[in-house]
Ligand binder design. Structure first.
Ligand SMILES: [Zn+2]
Length: 382
């Protein structure tokens, strides 16, 4: 059986780690194209100037427009060419990171997340949008980022909701990797077609990726609430460090080399509902995870463990928690149908899934979540 595991070349996280950014630029040359929102550039200004001076390198400003669109990528490629940049840096949230991946095209790339809201920093893929902000396409590159550099001091100071949302994205990792493993589905390892007949560029997940996915879930349970408290008061503690690692590295490697299944497909389905738009990716994925557990009839203890975790850190457990106050049968069926389109990861579940199965699981998960939330609120007031 062909198996594969992919990852960035280096992952470094620590307090004030951005002070070492110049060191990593230096490993590629003298200058780097810096792709970041103006407000993120401002947030890290003093560290940026200090590392530039200390390592004698130069950051080329890009005036990033904020959208990971084909036009913006083309413009940034020209800036990089004109200035002879030796590498690309993506600093900030999802869009700056994805744009940097598109500009670097699998070559020298340093990713510096300033929030721990998703597991995108380590992966070899990006999401393209139109200049107006609508979904365009997925893009895949020949290599993962060269360096992922995480400054925990910066992440501790970012709003807690980002960290909690990252925990929601990380929550699905183990359950989706487990489903992918049970079904022997391919993982997204970006491989060329194999020389043996039938390989078709696909590969199964490794024990390594599965172990990381499992550790990701265990870390959330042991340190999630403590990390949330640290982030509330902008402090770096061992628990916060563990959660930053879980949200960024464990979840990133776990999803990419372990596989996605129902939770993310249900997330994608939910995005057609207007009410969910003001909720973050990870918040919707948390509810998607609960739906997956209902869909696969997971043990009650496991569902309750996930519910308790979500409620303790403030992740959604029912439709109302993700902005859906009412849901008609037509809307529910449309969400379920979108989650089940042929290219969706839901087909990595270890049994055939129809859209009526998904609709039933969404409705049931909503009721279970609501009931458990009432019980949880009653006991926490006693
Ligand atoms: Zn995700």
């Amino acid at each position: 059986m062909r198996k594969a595991f992919i990852s960035p070349s280096k992952y470094v996280q620590g307090e004030d780690e951005l002070l070492n950014l110049g060191y990593f630029v230096k490993t590629f040359g003298e200058s780097a194209l810096l792709i970041a929102h103006a407000e993120d550039v401002k947030r890290v200004k003093s560290k940026r100037e200090e590392t530039e001076k200390r390592f004698g390198i130069k950051f080329i400003e890009s005036n990033f427009g904020g959208e990971c669109s084909r036009d913006e990528i083309k413009r940034l490629e020209e800036v990089a060419l004109k200035n002879n940049c030796d590498c690309t840096i993506g600093l900030g949230g999802g869009k700056a990171i994805d744009t940097a991946k598109c500009v670097a095209k699998g070559h020298a790339l340093i990713i510096c997340p300033t929030i721990a809201a998703t597991d995108a920093p380590t992966s070899h893929s990006a999401v393209l949008y139109t200049p107006e902000g609508a979904f365009d396409d997925y893009a895949y590159f020949s290599q993962n980022p060269s360096v992922v550099l995480v400054d925990t001091t910066v992440i501790a100071k970012a709003p807690t909701r980002f960290l909690v949302s990252g925990m929601g994205d990380a929550l699905s990792t183990y359950f989706e990797a487990r489903a992918t493993r049970r079904s022997f589905s391919n993982v997204n390892a970006g491989l060329p077609c194999g020389f043996r007949e039938g390989l078709c560029g696909g590969a199964k997940g490794t024990n390594t990726a599965f172990a990381l996915a499992k550790l990701c879930y265990e870390t959330l349970l042991s340190d999630g609430l403590k990390a949330k408290h640290s982030c509330d008061v902008d402090q770096v503690t061992p628990a916060l460090e563990n959660i930053i690692e879980a949200n960024s590295l464990l979840s990133g490697l776990g999803f990419e080399s372990g596989g996605l299944a129902a939770a993310h497909a249900i997330h994608d389905g939910l995005t057609i509902l207007e009410g969910t738009h003001k909720y973050f990716h990870g918040e919707k994925v948390a509810f998607g995870t609960l739906v997956q557990l209902v869909l696969e009839n997971a043990p009650t203890e496991e569902i309750e463990e996930v519910l308790s975790f979500c409620l303790s850190v403030g992740l959604p457990v029912c439709l109302k928690d993700i902005g859906v106050d009412s849901l008609s049968d037509e809307e529910l069926n449309a969400v379920a149908a979108k989650a089940c389109i042929p290219e969706e990861s839901i087909h990595s579940m270890p049994f055939p899934v129809t859209s009526s199965d998904v609709a039933a699981a969404i409705k049931t998960a909503d009721v279970i979540g609501k009931a458990y939330k009432m019980k949880f609120e009653r006991t926490s007031h006693e």
